[in-house]
Write a protein that binds this ligand. Structure first.
Ligand SMILES: CCCCCCCCCCCCCCCCCCCC(=O)SCCNC(=O)CCNC(=O)[C@H](O)C(C)(C)COP(=O)(O)OP(=O)(O)OC[C@H]1O[C@@H](n2cnc3c(N)ncnc32)[C@H](O)[C@@H]1OP(=O)(O)O
Ligand SMILES: Nc1ncnc2c1ncn2[C@@H]1O[C@H](COP(=O)(O)OP(=O)(O)OP(=O)(O)O)[C@@H](O)[C@H]1O
Ligand SMILES: O=C(O)CCC(=O)C(=O)O
Ligand SMILES: [Fe+2]
Ligand SMILES: [Mg+2]
Length: 334
């Protein structure tokens, strides 16, 4: 038995009972409230993850799986993205974002102006990504069997226009989410081409998923910041960083409290990745009033109002309930 496997056995005890009732409103943000202090808190044994992989996720908050999505699938996603940019297909609910540095420019051809599309749950071609069986098999290790696709994104990080606006500040995705518990949420992020430090790969601070949700706000960057690109206020700059260089099809799964960002794209190409945030359907919504998430709720409300004239009654929770789609099991709560 390997060292990791032995350690795991020690840690587990009688583990792999299902997590403590998720829908019972907990008073703390923790899923497990047993007396055992050395339990695996972040993963389930479905027979897929090796002991080493489970330990690694428990300790680091992310796991990288090489070559998980086929070239053929990725090429299909790329083609659909290009059709959307050329406005050959119209997708209900889709949010299109352009980089702030070029948003006012008149000289950029259409398909190059799009830095990110969000909420493609109504595009059958792109949504296939969220239902890929090989992705869901991993997702289940973090969420359990009832799985909702909550947020979808295709990121087309543009060549930096010279103001460093192509960077994504260090943040925790949980800042945007009004559902819990955090441990039953996971992001799958797949490189659609080789991503390197040069074109702005993901940068993560391993282990930060064991902390709490931090206060987020716009970073004070001279060249400007994209809409809603909030960053963690005062994270420790000494914390070790890991640059996740990946090949086309490689997929990283990471915890929503993991502090991460992405660097400047210093190449002339548009660095592409596709991602989905999944949550256990057994999660529950929270009211973010009076929390550090009030600032993002306000912005989302403004955008939802501008786009759909939804009135002031809409909450962050409503926008998530509308966007979420069941991809496996039963829609129990979310
Ligand atoms: C059913 C309910 C649906 C609710 C919809 C709400 C959607 C919000 C999305 C919520 C995202 C949260 C999910 C996060 C989950 C994981 C974590 C991900 C972290 C992120 O990536 S968050 C960052 C992404 N943020 C966004 O995508 C924000 C949503 N984007 C937009 O609303 C629009 O793209 C935007 C930026 C407002 C542009 O609108 P649009 O009207 O299409 O653009 P115009 O050219 O007309 O410009 C209008 C105005 O905005 C300025 N502008 C344009 N682009 C940007 C930019 N990138 N940054 C800042 N400002 C921008 C532009 O200059 C214009 O300004 P004026 O002064 O001239 O009016
Ligand atoms: N001066 C800075 N202040 C705040 N955040 C930064 C700063 N520089 C980089 N970041 C953040 O760190 C992450 C990586 O950005 P950056 O482009 O600087 O890459 P890097 O990790 O420094 O790598 P390289 O040295 O290759 O540029 C991004 O999330 C970015 O927003
Ligand atoms: O730069 C990227 O591809 C990832 C950005 C990110 O972390 C996010 O949108 O939440
Ligand atoms: Fe993120
Ligand atoms: Mg740097």
């Amino acid at each position: 038995m390997s060292r990791a496997a032995e350690r795991l056995k020690l840690l587990i005890h009688h583990l792999d009972r299902p997590p403590a009732a998720l829908s019972a409103a907990p008073t703390s943000g923790q899923t497990f409230t047993h007396s055992h202090s050395h339990q695996l808190r972040y993963t389930f044994d479905t027979g897929l993850l090796t002991p080493e992989q489970r330990l690694s996720y428990e300790e680091n908050g992310f796991i990288l799986i090489k070559n998980l999505v086929s070239e053929n699938d990725i090429d299909k996603f790329r083609q659909e993205f290009e059709r959307i940019c050329r406005q050959e297909v119209k997708v209900p609910g889709l949010v299109v974002m352009r980089d702030v540095a070029i948003s006012k420019s008149e000289f950029i051809p259409d398909q190059k102006a799009v830095s990110k599309i969000q909420d493609f749950q109504e595009d059958p071609e792109l949504f296939q990504y969220c239902t890929l069986p090989q992705i869901l098999k991993y997702v289940e290790c973090f969420t359990g069997p009832n799985i909702m696709a909550m947020h979808t994104m295709l990121i087309n990080k543009p060549p930096d226009a010279g103001k460093k606006t192509s960077r994504h500040p260090m943040h925790q995705d949980l800042h945007y989410f009004s559902f819990r518990p955090a441990d039953r949420i996971v992001c799958a992020w797949t490189a659609m081409e080789k991503v390197s430090r040069q074109n702005g790969c993901l940068v993560v601070l391993p282990g930060t998923h064991t902390g709490t949700l931090q206060e987020h706000d716009y970073p004070e960057w001279e060249g400007g910041v994209n809409k809603m690109y909030h960053g963690v206020r005062g994270y420790n700059p000494q914390h070790p960083r890991v640059h996740l260089e990946m090949e086309k099809g490689d997929t990283v799964f990471f915890h929503p409290l993991l502090i991460h960002g992405s660097g400047m794209n210093q190449t002339q190409g548009f660095r592409k990745a596709i991602s989905c945030h999944y949550a256990s359907a057994d999660c529950y919504y929270i009211d973010v009033k009076g929390t550090t998430q009030e600032n993002i709720e306000k912005e989302v409300k403004e955008i939802a109002n501008k786009k759909y004239a939804m009135g002031d009654q809409i909450t962050l929770k409503d926008t998530w309930a509308l966007r979420g789609r069941l991809v496996q099991g039963v829609r129990t709560s979310l």
